[in-house]
Ligand binder design. Structure first.
Ligand code: FO1
Length: 334
């Protein structure tokens, strides 16, 4: 029984997992899910990256969106707006609300997020073990220029050269602002005090292979690695660690990873992301055939590299990518 551990976040991570399950049906797959995207709304705890994995693998996902439930309605959202209770910019559907109500109820009763996630997965049967990266509260914030300060010159800056900047919750940056403004920093608040959730370090210690799917290297994979102990456990694991580039042809396949990479000073190329993770973490790196010219550079960084099609155009294409990642892991292991 091959034990595979996958660090996952976002739509790309969830879709990759569907392909991995198809490529390695007999493997025991443990997912360490990003929780830095979590947001508290209407008194409820919403865990977008955990829910996206759970719904995608459990068959409940809104396929085109990649987030939220299929066959959704938004009556509760409309009623909240009628009361003037915001925010209106985050699309929570009626079916999705049930997940957040059950989760918040269990957390209020004292269950840790890992136990809650296990309970929710009883219904969805995702076919993987889904662990939050931590049971502690971590919320990613993004430092942006303060559009209001610009509109109100009287405010100026506090003389700290911050030039009227403010931190917004990742979801506000991602959904309300559509990442349209430059991010000057990305801060996973609480990460430095967080502990890996029960089972996370054990899963990494027992893994035969560790995979970094084409998730956002900063706010998904990067946030998971920011939890003390997780990066070390992967670096110390003497098993192959193989990643798949989320950047193809100098642009993110989906989402706005380029804005996040710019915030940390990493170029939006397949090879820059590999170097960003570093040979201390990565043993192998898959780039798309469009970036075949990047292979020598990645190999020069001490990371085995190969160019294969990386567009998750459908379940079979994604399964092929996953199979290529496992093949590269075996080459590295040899
Ligand atoms: N993304 C959007 O672009 N617009 C939304 O209104 C939105 C709502 C939403 C509700 C629940 C949920 O689990 C995810 C949701 N997302 C939405 C996606 C979410 O912002 C991203 O998938 C992750 O946080 C990034 O990986």
């Amino acid at each position: 029984m091959q034990r595979i551990v996958v660090l996952a976040g976002g739509i790309g991570g969830a879709r990759f997992l569907r392909g991995l399950r198809q490529a390695a049906p007999d493997a025991e797959i443990t997912v360490i899910g990003n929780t830095g995207d979590d947001i508290h709304l209407f008194g409820l705890k919403v865990c977008p990256d955990l829910d996206t994995v759970m719904y995608t693998l459990g068959g409940g996902i809104h396929e085109e969106q990649g987030w939220g439930r299929a066959d959704e309605t938004f009556t509760v959202k409309e009623e909240l707006a009628a009361y003037g209770v915001g925010p209106a910019w985050f699309g929570l559907g009626d079916r999705d609300f049930a997940t957040h109500i059950v989760r918040t109820q269990m957390i209020s009763a004292g269950y840790p997020l890992s136990a809650v996630t296990e309970a929710l997965c009883q219904r969805w049967q995702p076919g993987v073990r889904l662990l939050p990266m931590t049971d502690d509260r971590v919320e990613t914030h993004v430092l942006v220029d303060d559009p209001d300060a610009a509109a109100d010159p009287g405010r100026g800056d506090a003389g700290d050269g911050a030039g009227g900047r403010r931190a917004v919750h990742f979801q506000e940056y991602w959904v309300r602002l559509r990442a349209a403004v430059d991010a000057h920093a990305v801060v996973p608040i609480g990460a430095d005090q967080a502990k890996p959730a029960p089972g996370v370090l054990e899963a990494l210690a027992a893994a035969d292979t560790v995979l970094f799917p084409p998730s956002n290297p900063v706010v998904s994979i990067g946030t998971i690695l920011a939890v003390p102990g997780i990066r070390e456990a992967i670096a110390d694991a003497d098993v192959p660690v193989v990643g798949l580039s989320p950047i193809v042809g100098g642009a993110p396949v989906r989402g706005m990873a380029d804005k996040m990479l710019a915030a940390i000073g990493v170029e939006t190329t397949a090879q820059a992301v590999a170097r960003h993770y570093g040979s201390g973490l990565l043993d192998g790196w898959l780039v798309d055939t469009a970036d075949a010219d990047a292979v020598p550079d990645v190999e020069a960084a001490g990371i085995r590299c190969r160019a294969v099609p990386l567009m998750m155009s459908g379940p079979d294409a994604t399964a092929l990518m996953a199979a290529e990642a496992l093949t590269l892991a075996e080459e590295v292991r040899a």
